[in-house]
Design a protein around this ligand. Structure first.
Ligand SMILES: Cc1cc2nc3c(=O)[nH]c(=O)nc-3n(C[C@H](O)[C@H](O)[C@H](O)COP(=O)(O)OP(=O)(O)OC[C@H]3O[C@@H](n4cnc5c(N)ncnc54)[C@H](O)[C@@H]3O)c2cc1C
Length: 470
């Protein structure tokens, strides 16, 4: 590093969403910044987000879109209301509001927030959009989900890289940080040096931002080693668990319906009882091994937590007709039963209601064959059999084996315990050490919330790391 004795020096470990924006914030605030990345390029996970389109944020913001384990432990009923993260979002909004915007010769985009919950998370989203506008990145939105105008995650990485380079950030790809220590005998050339970083070389810096991510997505180079750095400074790690992942089921017959996508309501049960807050509607995807799709990803967090507590008898109950109320459904049942004629097969009963593969799965689960003719059903049990088959459309119980794990996960719940961090993301145990992004114990719902948090916490950490001690 150079020898400007007036400037803070900041090392950012990890060039993902949080690390890149932290380096930009720190460099914009005047610090000399080294950005370490063990992969051969920056933003590898970021480039894979949103199926390559990057769902960067969401206009529908509320604190209940973000989870922390501390709240879960405090009150299982309140799993969706992490009040204590409010202080963090207040600080993020304050940090981002000072961000230099309008530097690019384009107007700022003012999207109307879909839900103005009166909280600072809405403000954070608006400021984040403006910040990216100032870097030259523009957005469009679909039902509140915000994507780059070009639907390109690669463009987000390119824009960040250009900004980093224009600010003179020293980007060191292919450098795996091995050790971070308190500097015992700091060199005089680095003012306020508090940390020694060992990677390819040794560097002394005044502040460190840890933004090493979580183990979600190991095929993108993700691992859990970042937590060891935090532990080295006395932090506790809430055991990371896969979130936003698929679910596997104990039902080989489900393969019959493999490849089907359909609207459904899915609820998680444990010991036959509904798990509070674990119910989602949306497009269900049936895979070879189990179930996936956005509603399942949202529910996987609850399953991970139940499995951590060694709970048994976990099941998902699927309603394949979520838009029918009880009265409509009874009407459908009545007409299907009265309209079934001798030549019809069992599969015919479902025609026009659900995908034939779902019909086939349900019929086989009841031990029947699709092509069985209605006339071959026992006359006195006919109604009951048809009614039972149709009822399974509303409450199809799937025994859950587990989750798709970190391999299929988009995020991790758990991480560095939040109460050990200040709202500026600084460690309460070690001044000058900041921790941001997915390494910390906040995870968001599917829909742009994880990147919102990574960018907001990263920006805040970088800004304060640069100002620290000045
Ligand atoms: C397939 C997929 C799709 C997703 N889609 C979306 C989406 O559309 N919207 C959304 O909001 N979220 C999405 N997410 C989640 C989102 O990508 C993450 O929450 C976010 O990227 C976390 O950012 P981060 O900077 O904290 O961590 P990361 O992006 O994981 O970055 C951490 C970086 O640190 C580096 N690193 C770790 N240790 C070291 C070390 N010792 N030395 C040097 N470098 C190190 C890693 O190589 C990595 O590049 C998706 C995730 C996945 C896996």
């Amino acid at each position: 590093m150079g020898t400007d004795l007036r400037r803070m020096s900041v090392a950012v470990i990890g060039a993902g969403a949080a690390g890149c924006i932290a380096a930009i914030a720190a460099a914009s605030a005047g610090a000399r910044v080294i950005l370490y990345e063990k992969n051969d390029r920056i933003g590898r996970k970021l480039a894979a987000t949103g199926n390559g389109r990057c769902n960067l944020t969401n206009l529908n913001q509320d604190l209940c879109c973000y989870h922390t384990s501390e709240d879960f432990a405090r009150d299982a009923q309140k799993v969706n209301t992490p009040e204590n993260s409010a202080g963090f979002f207040d600080e993020f909004a304050a940090s981002l509001s000072g961000a230099e915007t309008g530097a690019f010769p384009f107007p700022e985009q003012n999207f109307r927030m879909e839900s103005e919950c009166g909280s600072s998370v809405s403000e954070c989203t608006k400021l984040l959009i403006r910040l990216f506008n100032s870097f030259g990145l523009f957005f469009h939105e679909r039902q509140g989900y915000v994507y780059p105008r070009t639907d390109s995650a690669a463009a987000v990485v390119q824009i960040l890289e250009r900004k980093l380079r224009s600010l003179g950030v020293d980007i060191r790809c292919g450098e795996d940080v091995l050790r971070i220590e308190s500097a015992k005998i700091p060199p005089k050339t680095v003012p306020g040096a508090r940390f020694k970083i060992t990677a390819g070389t040794e560097e002394y810096v005044s502040s460190v931002v840890l933004a090493c991510g979580s183990p979600a997505g190991p095929h993108l180079g993700a691992d859990d080693k970042g937590y060891r750095f935090a532990e080295g400074f006395g932090h506790h790690i809430e055991r990371p668990l896969p979130a936003l992942t698929s679910l596997t089921v104990n039902d080989k017959l489900l393969r019959t319906a493999g490849g089907v996508r359909c609207e459904a309501k899915i609820e998680i049960l444990c010991g036959g009882r509904a798990v509070p807050g674990a119910c989602e509607c949306g497009e269900l995807q049936i895979t070879g091994e189990g179930i996936s799709g956005i509603p399942v990803l949202q529910l996987s967090r609850s399953v991970s937590l139940l499995m951590k507590e060694k709970k048994e008898d976990i099941a998902a109950i699927i309603d394949f007709l979520p838009e029918f109320d009880e009265k409509d459904f009874l009407e459908v049942k009545k007409t299907r039963i009265s309209g079934a004629c001798g030549d019809d097969t069992l599969a015919d009963i479902f025609t026009g209601l659900v995908h034939p593969k779902i019909a086939s799965y349900i019929i086989r689960r009841q031990g029947c064959a699709d092509e069985k003719k209605i006339r071959n059903l026992p006359e006195d049990g006919k109604e009951e059999i048809i009614s039972g088959l149709l009822d399974m459309l509303r409450n199809c119980l799937l025994p859950i084996k587990g989750t798709g794990g970190f391999e299929k996960a988009q995020a991790a719940c758990g991480g560095v315990v939040l109460s050990e961090l200040r709202p500026t993301m600084e460690s309460r145990f070690c001044s000058g050490l900041y921790i941001a992004g997915e390494m910390t114990d906040i995870d968001g719902r599917c829909g742009g919330y994880n990147l919102t948090y990574a960018f907001c916490s990263g920006y805040t950490a970088g800004l304060h790391a640069a100002k620290d001690g000045t």
